[in-house]
Design a protein around this ligand. Sequence first.
Ligand SMILES: Nc1ncnc2c1ncn2[C@@H]1O[C@H](COP(=O)(O)OP(=O)(O)O)[C@@H](O)[C@H]1O
Ligand SMILES: [Mg+2]
Length: 336
Amino acid sequence: MEELETAISADGIVRSFGSNTAVDGVSLSVARGEVYGFLGPNGAGKTTLTRVLCTLITPSAGHAQVAGYDVAREPDKVRLRIGVALQDAALDDRQSGTEMLALQGRFYGLSAVATRTRVAELTDLIDIGDALGQRIGTYSGGMKRRLDLALALVHDPEVLFLDEPTTGLDPVSRARVWQEVRRLNVELGMTVFLTTQYLEEADELAGRIGIINKGKLVAEGTPSELKRTIGTDVIIVRLGSAVNDAQTALEKLEHVQRIDISGTTLTLSVTDGPGSISPVAVTLASVPNADVRELTLRQPSLDDVFLSVTGEHIRRSDNSNIGTGSTVGQTETRTT
Ligand SMILES: Nc1ncnc2c1ncn2[C@@H]1O[C@H](COP(=O)(O)OP(=O)(O)O)[C@@H](O)[C@H]1O
Ligand SMILES: [Mg+2]
């Protein structure tokens, strides 16, 4: 078969559910061998676009090609060439991992021998170990996630779709999934389309990131390109009061490119961080009642990118067991 440069191309994809437009005109392109991170908060449309690209639902408008075939016109050809691990893995608790892998192999028309060979390769890769012979009902969440990944890989797909592969996993399981995704990409050259609501995950794994919000692709680029769009540095100012007066005064400073306000916190994008901190401090001192609680200089993060393209705020997922993750979301507060 002819080697394709483009693994995934979507052109103006729209998908509505009744009057709700879940995906609202998304165009994107993923090159072969790329890891593309599709980043956005809950309800942004990540799963819906993934399901369109995987031929599970048809688009309301637009076209998409995956592995060289049109998802609407030749879904069977697409399906043979993709692996899919969706957010809610449909695993049968009464079966063992080995049984499910064998079933999946037969489903894709592999011989019993070919399936066994492939499963042997995968157990190495996925590292579920002895548990593979046990009933899935006894598996931890992380093991289920890895088995689901193995199931998506039985037929050696060209393109792998992972829908929030680490949501709800503990930090150790999460790190293992990251490692596996990297290995699949680096060692086997597999193209990966991965959705996530974790900024670190996209930053860590993806060569290129598309940020989706309310069904629209609002920014796209490599992690460093996206961060560079913010300006070179970020100054965080947390005040006790007088937020508007401080904003008016700070806007006049030479290096301040933009100011985003979240409650009493001002996030300043500045072209020269070290050179700006002193003028910012002096300016704040001149604002009556500003009451500076915090003044921090840092490098821009994907959080800042998300904030600048959506105008919405970012929260730390400190109320879950995710550990290191910040998620994109709609909450009004920012705690650091
Ligand atoms: N099967 C469905 N029927 C009706 N509405 C849906 C369906 N699937 C998704 N939606 C809606 O589409 C929007 C996007 O959902 P989804 O693609 O699941 O977002 P994400 O995966 O980014 O959390 C949401 O408003 C959701 O309620
Ligand atoms: Mg989803």
